[in-house]
Design a binder for this molecule. Structure first.
Ligand SMILES: C/C(=C\CNc1ncnc2c1ncn2[C@@H]1O[C@H](COP(=O)(O)O)[C@@H](O)[C@H]1O)CO
Length: 297
């Protein structure tokens, strides 16, 4: 320690003639369990090395056959870690939305209220663990002492997980992370956002439309923001026969956090009733709530 309380590097000591600049502790990125700072930040991400090995490492096409089969083991371990950690969450709702909105914005306030309402209704709040809407929703859960989870992603310029998360997993691969949102949530609430949010919204709609997930509510929050997209879906996708008119029912638009949570709760209860009835018909006393009961943090 120096007299002003700051640390000195052991290699330079005080008064050393060639002092290297102090590393910025806020600039870092995770690579699985590994943390990268300084020049290590220039390393590519796992998704980049997997999807574009020829760009990242200049590998010849034949090299894929030797490297990708081994990569499967790492992908597999990421699924195992995710399943192992999240299976005990209990009922949870994922909240998606822009990584870029500021704390002073109306969207931040809305997302925070959504997190609070979900928490009060007994749900764990799952987000992408980043800033903006994600931080606000996690913060809302934290406000009401509800369980708050972040499923982060290794990005070239990671900002770190927001501070309102009790349980965080940092994934290397986007597709593994997306599986976790779908598998461990009972519904999705989507606030305004950009490409990342659209990707998450349309993937969930596709999973429901194709019957991969049933009785899975998707609520869009912020009517003004979503109106042009919903109009385009009606005027182009339905009119051109690209989707069925009933597919519009997959979307519920509201500005009210408590209404969004009511939609989640009602769909969840309907689904539980159906599962109980199915179990009774099969002579079983299976209870979906017991199945979901977790020891969430
Ligand atoms: C780009 C910026 C921060 C990146 N940090 C993110 N951390 C975690 N999850 C993220 C991040 N960025 C996007 N996501 C996921 O996509 C959705 C938001 O994307 P959008 O393009 O901002 O709509 C979000 O729900 C996350 O799951 C800071 O500028």
């Amino acid at each position: 320690m120096t007299s002003n309380g700051s640390e000195t590097s052991p290699s330079t000591g005080s008064g050393a003639s060639r002092e290297s600049p102090r590393p910025d502790r806020n600039k870092f990125r995770h690579k699985g369990p590994i943390i990268l700072r300084g020049r290590e930040l220039q390393r590519s991400t796992s998704d980049q090395r997997f999807l574009e090995p020829e760009v990242v490492a200049g590998r010849a096409p034949g090299d894929f056959t030797r490297t990708d089969p081994w990569r499967v083991l790492r992908i597999q371990s990421e699924f195992v870690d995710g399943f192992d950690t999240l299976a005990r969450l209990g009922p949870a709702i994922s909240v998606f939305g822009s990584a870029r909105i500021q704390e002073s914005s109306a969207e931040y306030a809305m997302a925070r209220e959504v997190g609070q309402e979900l928490g009060k209704a007994g749900y764990t709040v799952i987000t992408g663990g980043g800033p903006g809407v994600m931080e606000a929703a996690n913060r809302g859960a934290h406000d009401v002492q509800a369980s708050s989870v972040g499923l982060g992603i290794e990005l070239p310029h990671e900002q770190g997980m927001n501070p309102y998360i009790d349980l965080g997993i940092n994934f290397r691969y986007f597709f593994v992370r997306k599986t976790m949102f779908a598998k461990y949530s009972q519904g999705f609430i989507v606030l305004p956002g950009g490409f990342g949010t659209m990707d998450e919204l349309f993937e969930s709609l596709t999973l429901v439309q194709t019957g991969k997930m049933t009785r899975f509510p998707v609520v869009l929050m912020g009517g003004k923001f979503w109106a042009p997209l919903v109009d385009w879906i009606k005027d182009s996708l339905v009119r051109e026969g690209m989707i069925s008119p009933e597919d519009l029912d997959l979307l519920y638009v509201t500005d009210s956090p408590s209404e969004a949570v009511t939609v989640m709760r009602e769909a969840h209860e309907r689904r539980n009733e159906e599962l109980r009835a199915k179990a009774r018909r099969a002579g079983s006393d299976f209870d979906p709530e017991e199945f979901l009961e977790g020891d969430a943090p």
